[in-house]
Design a protein. Sequence first.
Length: 503
Amino acid sequence: MTTDMKSVRVRYAPSPTGDPHLGSVRTALFNWLFARRHGGTFILRIEDTDQGRRVDTSVLAIMEGLKWLGLDWAEGPADDGRGSKGPFGPYFQSHRLNLYHKYADQLIQTSHAYRCFCSPARLEAVRRAQQQAKVPPGYDRHCRDLPASEVEQQMAAGTPHVVRFRMPQEGATSIHDLVRGDVTWERKLLDDFVLLKSDKFPTYHLANIVDDHHMQISHVMRAEEWLPSTPRHVMLYEAFGWQHPQFAHMPLILGADRSKMSKRHGSTSVLAYRDEGYLPDAMTNFLALLGWSLDDKTEIIPREEMIRHFSIERITKAGAIFNPEKLQWINGMYIRALQPAELAEKLVPFLEKPADEGGLPATVKRPVNRAYVSKLVPLVQERLRILSEGAELTSFFFEEQLSYDPALLIQKGMDKAGTLNALKLATEQLDTQPVWGAHALEELMRALAEQLNLKAGQFFGAIRVAVTGRTATPPLFQTMEVLGKERSMARLRQSIDMLAAQA
Ligand code: GLU
């Protein structure tokens, strides 16, 4: 690459129209990684010029998503989401309208743009006629060469108007896209697009170019859907006499059916993944692999490695498939790598959620005991893929009263009387056990199984149901150790009562 990498300045320029979309955040991540890789600057710019589509809470949600993922910006909205920080601010396009007006005027002065007074009704009629004639839709350039006197007259009358770019009709425009290679567009196929709308707000095209120039953006890395806009942008740069930044268009994110990723394929808001219990490092790892790879095989790439190796050359042209199972798997890997105390810290808020939001049963008192959670965490860490699965996996550790079908206590090849006898003897022996450690408990129960002529599997199966109410749990004796003597004994006694009472 020929650019001076010392001056890498890249921007993430979301339009605040809703929650931060997964694909959009992938764009942010690639820009952030590229800036980090080259010691450059990552800028957040809010493209809020489409007043109709603006959602007020969106800027804060976008910032929240970036902060959650650790994608910090050196320039952009300040922490309160209102002011701006950085030398090229403000970083909200709605606060930069004068600048866009100035440049729209400049283009009119230099004949690169013109005022268009066509009414919405006329434009609609043109569109319908084009549809009927089966010709591509587009503005028919009605106002492109209006006599100056008519323009003056319309202006004096205060006729609402837009400003359009006078697209040259000869020749072609080419770029060298850092992902897609050389791309060329015939200019006669490009329309006289709008620069300034009748509400005096700029279109995306004008604001985007003016800002990228003024903010000294070196590389524009954005989703492929913006590629068709690029020749318009390049023509604008030429009209201003400015050099355009380098472009890199990132592949689309597709669902498993290869259609564009949408809610049908899984949550699209990155904050939904936070709320479901994905770890930010796992999420960034997963997002990085949506279109970029280290070496075609490595799946788990710590953040520092991503920064060290990120390059535009390894971004693919082909659409990236969003695979939710892969995300779960990656998250499980990151969960396993945590220290138990760290995992406990992250798990507690999920356990403490209301039962109908996936937390522990309502009968379990909040707050839960953190030290207790730290003890049980190593027993479920291997099986946990998402933090929101934690409550279901661990509820029996917390419940005061287990409820289960006592028939589950009776193991294959055993009957009620034999099970009762075995549980009673187990209870008696365990009750006298001075040291409540997994190893000692196991030795004691193995010896008893032998004495009773039972297979360890049978005997332990009955104890397992008695102390957990479940047939599948983490290792039994470690579980009993964490549960503690008092709780374990109470549960064993309860199981005997329940089984005895069963007809
Ligand atoms: N505001 C555009 C968006 O929401 C930015 C496109 C660009 O990066 O140029 O995606």
